[in-house]
Ligand binder design. Structure first.
Ligand SMILES: [Fe+2]
Length: 135
């Protein structure tokens, strides 16, 4: 579904680029499913998006700790905020079943956040960590 495709920069660590691509694809898949007007499978896809995000953030945070990233707390705080919001949005969806609200959050909220986060926090983090790791 090219209509929902996000454009974001590549960062200096491959595993992060791989995770960002997977996250973007999960979001696209969800938006494509929502566009069909069916709710079938959406809960499972949202749980998958959440599990992927938990693991992806944990991996980034581990690299930051291992390389002594100086503003670890700032990056970690943003991750924690995004995860808390995601948990709340998914719970709200499961409670209200509001497809429009879910679509808006994924399209705008998640989409804009991902592009901004990769272009700022992740770019700086990956550059720092790659230099420390000699990659
Ligand atoms: Fe990040």
């Amino acid at each position: 579904m090219n209509t929902h495709r996000l454009s974001f920069p590549q960062v200096a660590l491959d595993f992060m680029n791989h995770d960002h691509q997977e996250f973007a694809e999960l979001r696209e898949k969800l938006l494509a499913r929502i566009a069909t007007g069916t709710t079938a499978g959406i809960d499972v896809m949202l749980d998958e998006l959440h599990a992927h995000t938990v693991r992806h953030f944990a991996d980034e945070e581990q690299v930051m700790r291992e390389t002594g990233f100086p503003v670890y707390e700032v990056h970690k705080e943003e991750h924690d905020g995004v995860l808390a919001d995601m948990i709340q949005r998914i719970a709200l969806w499961k409670q209200d079943g509001d497809l429009g609200a879910l679509c808006h959050w994924l399209e705008i909220g998640v989409g804009e956040w991902l592009v901004a986060h990769i272009g700022s926090m992740d770019t700086v983090t990956a550059r720092f960590a790659a230099a420390k790791l000699g990659r």
